[in-house]
Design a protein around this ligand. Structure first.
Ligand code: FES
Length: 533
């Protein structure tokens, strides 16, 4: 990074500045504000780095040891001596000044080299994370792009800075980033679209780690061993599992080499509403998009932690029928269940029906997805609004979207690793058993139905691009479900359940999504401690 040679540009006479106190000059396409403070010339961009309002209208603190300029639009303050932004975020560009023997002011307007701008943009981006300064993130990445930097370096930097701040490992930031980057790659012609999708990824990582301390990963390294990794995850030994992940990457392995181990670990239990399998599948795309080994290794360590910390719901009584069904699976059954028989029922009954078709997992998958799509289309919204429900009845839209996104992940993982079909299908059955009780078969679904399911899903994806949702968790579920359904419809066209799934998606996107349950929480708290209501 060599500093380019100074080129001094005349800005006018010092006496003029002394008389007026401040001057605005335009040179080389730049607007420059000049101030005189204690007899010293200070020069900076006239456009405030926040929203571009003119700093020439700002206030320079009188009698202060430092030359502090306040932009009066939003009170950002800049130290024109040190270059620090004292209040606010983005850095203000200053220009070196000198006075000639003839009393003329000259400024060095030479722009710093591109590699300097790129490094500064990435450093400044990292400054945004703690306070999740979304708008500033967009500006810093825009500066990176303008300087010719690789936009994906911004996400790589976010991962580098934040990966150890995820207390419980990977979050939806991982699969959402995979989908945003995939969409972004499909059409790279719109700079606004390109930037917005990238900032959604970075913002999500920052949001999920805001104000968190570092939860350091153990530094050890061990030889990669697929069975050993799965066993370490099973006994919740993060240090041992992560040591093997580090060993894998040190030995030159890639995501493709370790995916099978992660898929086995992710599907070892019906756990955490299927997050582990969804995250594992999405690592495939994220690894391809990011490309660099450091980011992929860090994300693998994050994923390891999240699989280990996932709640193993197959161990609670509600899902206790899962383990015997898995043990009994022989893969010989040829009676593919009718989707209608999977829409409601006890877990034992649903798992028996799924197992009965075990010889044809592809067909059983379609039956399960049809039942899951039907359940979502017929979700009884009164459950979302109830304030007197128990904790186990706290059901919402995201319980239903997960059946389908989990199903998509199961299919993609099990097509690559077919011995995992039993776990995958039976775990979809766990979703079906759980959600069936919260549906209303009499619900009139006609207004959501469509003869063009793929078009409906593509329209939904288009809408997600400018989702307007403050909560990342909401936007990413809209994104992930739309993306998963499009993948299902394009890779396996003309399945009967696609129309139902498209209708369910449309209903989901057009229905209220209650994200806070003020009275329900109070009711449950009083009931829990046995206090009178
Ligand atoms: S535009 Fe200057 S502080 Fe907002």
């Amino acid at each position: 990074m060599t500093r380019l040679e100074s080129v001094w540009t005349d800005m006018g006479s010092l006496s003029d500045l002394e008389e007026k106190g401040r001057l605005l000059r335009k040179r080389d396409g730049k607007q420059i504000a000049l101030f005189l403070h204690d007899g010293v010339v200070k020069a900076c961009d006239n456009r405030c780095p926040h929203e571009g309002y003119p700093l020439i209208e700002g206030t320079v603190a009188e009698g202060s040891a430092h030359c502090v300029l306040t932009c009066n639009w939003h009170n950002w303050k800049f130290d024109l001596d040190s270059g620090e932004t004292l209040t606010g975020g983005d850095k203000l560009r200053r220009y070196p000044a000198r006075i000639t023997s003839a009393g003329r002011i000259e400024l060095d307007l030479v722009d710093p080299p591109a590699d300097t701008v790129i490094v500064e943009a990435l450093d400044n981006l990292a400054d945004c994370f703690d306070r999740v300064e979304y708008d500033r993130m967009a500006r810093e990445v825009a500066r990176l792009i303008k300087a010719g930097g690789d936009p994906l370096d911004a996400l790589r930097r976010a991962i580098t800075e934040l990966w150890e701040k995820f207390e419980y490992g990977a979050t939806h930031a991982l699969p959402a980033s995979a989908d945003w980057l995939s969409l972004r790659k499909e059409d790279g012609t719109d700079p606004v679209r390109n930037l917005s999708m990238l900032v959604e990824c970075i913002g999500h990582f920052a949001w999920d780690t805001r104000r968190e301390p570092v939860y350091a990963f153990a530094a050890g390294r061990a030889d990669w061993d697929e069975d050993g990794f799965v066993a370490a995850v099973e006994r919740e030994d993060e240090a041992a599992a992560c040591a093997m992940v580090r060993g894998a990457f040190a030995a030159g392995l890639s995501w493709a080499d370790v995916e099978r181990a992660f898929a086995r670990a992710a599907l070892a239990h019906y756990a955490d509403f299927g997050h582990s399998a969804i995250y594992t599948y999405k690592m495939r795309a994220l690894s391809d998009h990011l490309g660099d080994r450091d980011s992929v290794e860090r994300l693998c360590l994050l994923l390891t932690r999240s699989i280990i910390t996932a709640s193993r719901e197959d161990l609670i009584p509600e899902f206790r029928a899962y383990a015997p069904a898995l043990t009994a699976w022989d893969g010989m059954g040829t009676e593919v269940p009718d989707a209608d028989t999977l829409k409601k029922g006890s877990l034992r009954a649903i798992l028996e029906k799924i197992s009965a078709g075990g010889a044809d997992p592809d067909a059983v998958f379609d039956a399960c997805m049809e039942a899951g799509a039907w359940q979502m289309l017929h979700f009884d919204l009164s459950w979302q609004d109830r304030t007197d429900s128990t904790v186990s009845q706290s059901v919402g839209w995201l319980d239903f979207t997960h059946t389908l996104t989990f199903g998509n992940a199961v299919r993609k993982l099990c097509e690559a690793h077919p011995d995992l079909w039993p776990q995958g299908l039976l775990q979809i059955g766990c979703f079906l058993s759980r959600n069936g009780g919260f549906t209303d078969p009499a619900l009139d679904s006609a207004k959501w139905e469509t003869d063009a399911p793929l078009s409906a899903v593509e329209a939904a994806l288009k809408g997600v691009e400018d989702h307007g949702r403050f909560e990342y968790i909401v936007a990413c579920h809209q994104l992930k479900l739309s993306f998963a359904l499009r993948e299902e419809m394009t890779e396996r066209p003309d399945r009967s359940w696609h129309r139902i799934a498209a209708a369910a998606l449309t209903r989901f996107l057009n229905s209220p999504l209650k994200r806070k349950h003020v009275r329900r929480v109070a009711h449950q708290a009083l009931a829990f401690v046995g206090a009178a209501e």
